[in-house]
Write a protein that binds this ligand. Structure first.
Ligand code: ATP
Ligand code: MG
Length: 421
């Protein structure tokens, strides 16, 4: 019997996985520059953790959670996102109040699978605890911007909004409720449910066309911001302008989770269609740590969807090739010597491969060609007798003899002159 992977999941295979590798490595190089530390938390958690943090009126909790009872009857969920777990771990392990953390891992949401939308997908995220300053928000946006550039995404739009604080929220919610109630018959069932449950802001996040046509004219958050919120928004805009990070204000942007409080943002692309155009999104969530039983600690962060990033890169025709430096060609009698040379190259941090199948020289050369290696080292009968290896430069076709004792040194020298390391 043959098995198939579950709907909405995928096998990430070469050569596409090379793009994943590039995205992950380049992202972590940037995160290192910002002094951010890695945190790894479980993929399964108490279901209530997500209900309490993400919010009962959100799409994730209403319809997207993977939930089950374990053998002892406990309610468990596969994590749909990272922040709730990180906040749990931050409180449970009494981490330093001020700390910047990053994570990488699979998330699970029971959604309709389509391009850029899977049931198991991967995120790299950042959570910054302990700093309330708007400078921190802008630093986090700059970090996200640096990451997108570093992974090769150049064409994107940054949208920002300032959510109302406790002081200015009530009036906005009143005004929005009034407006939505006036149009209630046009809204989808899901959104009507949100209004009943008092999850008014969540209606702004609905992706249904008919709801979008209503929310497009909803009251603007900006018109209700108090002085302090407005001041923060203006400073954030000023800083972004100074950093030359282009952005658009979107006064209906609320994000799909309940815990956001201040500056929120999304980086979107036009390469994946309007329904799944968000590549990276985040914002401030100053109340969550306290609400989850911790101290009153401000926080902000974001999550980037790796699947979507890779899809954009692939859509732009970007392909990664494995960069291998050396292929060793030899025969059965010289296999052991060749094998030792292979290991020595790798000990010296030089990427190298060989074939153990006793293939002809010709077919080994073909394989070396396919792998696009920089140099081939040949170890045949003649070479063994003369205590040397033949070294072929695959670009120029030139071949020369290199004494056994200087092979590593010579390879290193030649590679240093070349871009492939
Ligand atoms: P969307 O509006 O597209 O549903 P979201 O608001 O639910 O996104 P977040 O919870 O903010 O997304 O997650 C951050 C990022 O994770 C998204 O911007 C996206 O890149 C990625 N992401 C979210 N859901 C999925 C999914 N089902 N499949 C692939 N990537 C996803
Ligand atoms: Mg979603």
């Amino acid at each position: 019997m043959k098995f198939q992977r579950l709907r909405g999941t995928k096998d990430i295979l070469p050569p596409e996985s090379l793009l994943w590798e590039k995205v992950i490595i380049n992202t972590f190089n940037i995160l290192k520059n910002y002094g951010i530390k890695l945190i790894i938390t479980p993929t399964i958690e108490d279901r209530n953790l997500f209900i309490r943090s993400i919010g009962e009126g959100t799409d994730i909790v209403i319809k997207e959670m993977y939930e089950f009872k374990d053998k002892k009857g406990r309610d468990i969920a596969l994590r749909p996102e990272g922040t709730a777990s990180i906040v749990r771990a931050y409180i449970e392990n009494s981490l330093p109040e001020k700390i910047d953390l990053c994570y990488l891992g699979p998330m699970f949401r029971y959604e309709k699978p389509q391009k850029g939308r899977n049931r198991e997908f991967y995120q790299i995220g950042v959570e910054s605890f302990g700093v309330a300053s708007i400078y921190k928000d802008v630093e986090i946006i700059k970090l996200a911007y640096d990451i997108l550039k570093a992974v090769g995404i150049n064409d994107f739009t940054l949208r920002i909004n300032m959510l109302n604080c406790k002081e200015c929220n009530t009036d906005y919610i009143k005004s929005l409720t009034k407006y939505l109630n006036k149009n209630i018959n046009t809204l989808c069932d899901n959104c009507r449910g949100k209004i009943e449950r008092n999850a008014i802001l969540r209606v702004l996040d609905c992706k249904e066309d008919k709801c979008r046509s209503i929310t497009a004219n909803a009251p603007l958050i900006k018109d209700f911001l108090c002085k302090k919120c407005m001041w923060n928004l203006d400073l954030a805009k000023d800083l972004l302008n100074n950093l030359k990070i282009p952005f658009k204000e979107d006064f209906h942007l609320v994000r799909g989770l309940d815990y956001y409080t201040g500056l929120v943002f999304e980086f979107i692309t036009d390469k994946l269609g309007p329904q799944q155009n968000t590549l990276l999104a985040g914002g401030r969530y100053d109340n969550l740590v306290k609400e989850m039983g911790g101290k009153d600690i401000p926080a902000t962060g974001f999550a980037m969807g790796i699947d979507r990033i890779v899809e954009v890169l692939a859509a732009e025709g970007i392909q990664e090739e494995q960069k291998l430096n050396i292929y060793i060609v030899s025969d059965s009698e010289r296999m052991q010597k060749a094998f030792l040379l292979l290991l020595k190259l790798r000990e010296n941090n030089i990427s190298a491969v060989m074939n153990f199948d006793n293939k002809s020289f010709k077919s080994q050369m073909r394989e070396a060609d396919d792998k696009k290696v920089k140099f081939v080292l040949i170890l045949g009968e003649e070479e063994e007798k003369g205590n040397f290896v033949s070294m072929k430069d695959m670009k120029t076709g030139e071949q020369k003899k290199v004494g056994n004792e200087i092979v590593i040194e010579e390879v290193k020298n030649l590679l240093a002159q070349d871009v492939i390391k």
